[in-house]
Design a protein around this ligand. Structure first.
Ligand SMILES: Nc1ncnc2c1ncn2[C@@H]1O[C@H](COP(=O)(O)OP(=O)(O)O)[C@@H](O)[C@H]1O
Ligand SMILES: O=C(O)[C@@H](O)C(=O)COP(=O)(O)O
Length: 419
């Protein structure tokens, strides 16, 4: 194969790792670049992922970063562009899935069409008649209705995307998918829309969609969660063997949690070691609070056991902090504090293995560590691969965990698969 079969623009770093880990597990060499690329990308990989932090920022900025990433991916020879968004379609009322999809479509030409689905059956995400289900609940009845930054209250994705996009949004219903690839191609054509969302209930449906894409006449922008990317990876033959992960020296272990997700709340509750609480209201009210937390983290890390620093809280408590501080300031305080703790822990306390829970949180931590690329390794759980980052010559193992992913005991068991 010449050049990467897939160039991915991911709207957060945990989503990038989710997709990269899933594709790598299928035997493809996969590289992850952090932030909008300035130089050339690694054109040798089968799949190149650019991890942005564009899910909740201003839509114009999200578009600018995403278009820059897409251009770099096309320059690297990517055969197809893939817009990775969350399997729960996390977005604000202003976007950013729609504005970014509109801009990427424009990059591909006047008659381009976007075809996508957030369905990721392995994670319990399915789409039926345009409605997104999280396990056995509609999106709007799942815990995502209370997400701290992107509360999802409408399960009808055609309606959600239409409100974010200047283009028409159409649906390929499950009935067409069940008939096979050529029925999907016909349904895409007759949808007469620039953006087409496709129903999928299982991996077999995703394989049908992946097969159909080859027969669509127009240039195609792909979109979705890790599920459709995995189906594309199953069709592409691995061309380049993945290099083994470099060894990370032994060191201390730290878990940082800024996720507001239900599963992360369970993981925090199940953690058996020392837990240090990070409270945005305390940080806002006391200029010494962060230094005190850094000192407490150092002290707790002095033993050999893993330590957890957590801002994760019940939705009511998060809402109280947001009401008092504003949503952005509350999030910024938590993200900045956890990022500073990460840097301090690596530079001063000998931490070499770090689990970070939450996409926005992971983006802030990865940026503060100054990592530009991630080498993707083994999965600690579906959608959650270990990665290795280089911080000024020091290798650090990172598990950047999507909020709702991983078993309840992940913060205890994940170390077993760490590099
Ligand atoms: N106790 C809290 N109060 C207010 N905001 C919080 C609190 N804990 C976390 N946050 C913010 O909520 C957001 C959670 O998003 P993210 O890290 O993507 O995880 P997830 O998507 O799993 O909830 C982050 O911006 C984080 O800083
Ligand atoms: O597609 C998914 O569900 C994940 O890859 C993802 O993007 C999750 O985002 P966070 O929960 O914000 O980490």
């Amino acid at each position: 194969m010449s050049g990467p079969f897939l160039g991915v623009i991911a709207d957060d770093v945990t989503g990038a790792c989710d997709l990269a880990g899933t594709v790598a597990e299928l035997g493809h060499s996969t590289s992850v670049h952090l932030g909008a690329p300035h130089g050339d990308l690694d054109a040798d990989a089968d799949c190149i992922v650019v991890a942005l932090k564009t899910r909740t920022i201003d839509p114009d900025d999200a578009v600018a970063h995403s278009v820059a990433a897409a251009r770099a991916l096309l320059d690297a020879g990517a055969a197809r562009l893939y817009q990775k968004y969350c399997s729960t379609f996390d977005s604000t009322p202003r976007g950013n899935i729609g504005p970014v999809a509109d801009a990427l479509l424009a990059l591909l030409g006047r008659d381009a069409v976007s075809i996508g689905t957030p369905a990721t059956p392995q994670a319990g995400r399915t789409q039926y008649l345009g409605h997104l289900f999280v396990h056995d609940r509609l999106l709007s009845e799942s815990s995502l209705r209370d997400h701290p930054l992107t509360p999802m209250r409408d399960p009808d994705l055609v309606r959600v995307l239409s409100a974010q996009s200047a283009h028409r949004v159409g649906l390929v219903p499950h009935a067409a998918v069940r008939w096979g690839p050529s029925a999907v191609v016909d349904a895409v054509r007759s949808a007469s829309a620039e953006h087409v969302l496709v129903d999928a209930l299982d991996d077999g449906d995703l394989d049908v969609i992946a097969a159909a894409i080859d027969d669509v006449d127009s240039p195609v922008l792909l979109g979705g969660g890790a599920g459709l990317a995995a189906a594309l990876a199953r069709r592409a033959l691995p061309a380049t063997a993945a290099a083994p992960l470099p060894a990370v020296e032994p060191g201390r272990r730290l878990v940082l949690s800024g996720s507001g997700s239900e599963r992360t709340r369970e993981q925090v509750a199940a953690f058996a070691g020392t837990v240090l609480r990070l409270d945005p209201l305390a940080l806002a009210g006391d200029p010494d609070a962060l230094d005190a937390l850094l000192a407490a983290t150092d002290e707790a890390l002095a033993g050999d056991a893993a330590v957890l620093v957590s801002a994760t809280d019940e939705p009511d408590a998060v809402r109280r902090a947001q009401t008092e501080l504003g949503v952005e300031r509350a999030a910024g305080l938590v993200e900045d504090a956890l990022a500073r703790i990460a840097v301090h822990a690596v530079d001063r306390s000998g931490v070499r293995r770090l689990i970070v829970a939450g996409g926005e949180t992971s983006g802030a931590v990865a940026a503060a560590l100054g990592a530009t690329t991630l080498r993707i390794g083994r999965l600690a759980a579906p959608g959650v691969p270990w990665a290795v980052a280089d911080r000024e010559g020091v290798l650090v193992a990172l598990l950047l965990k999507s909020g709702n992913f991983g078993g309840r005991d992940l913060f205890t068991t994940a170390w077993e698969s760490a590099p």
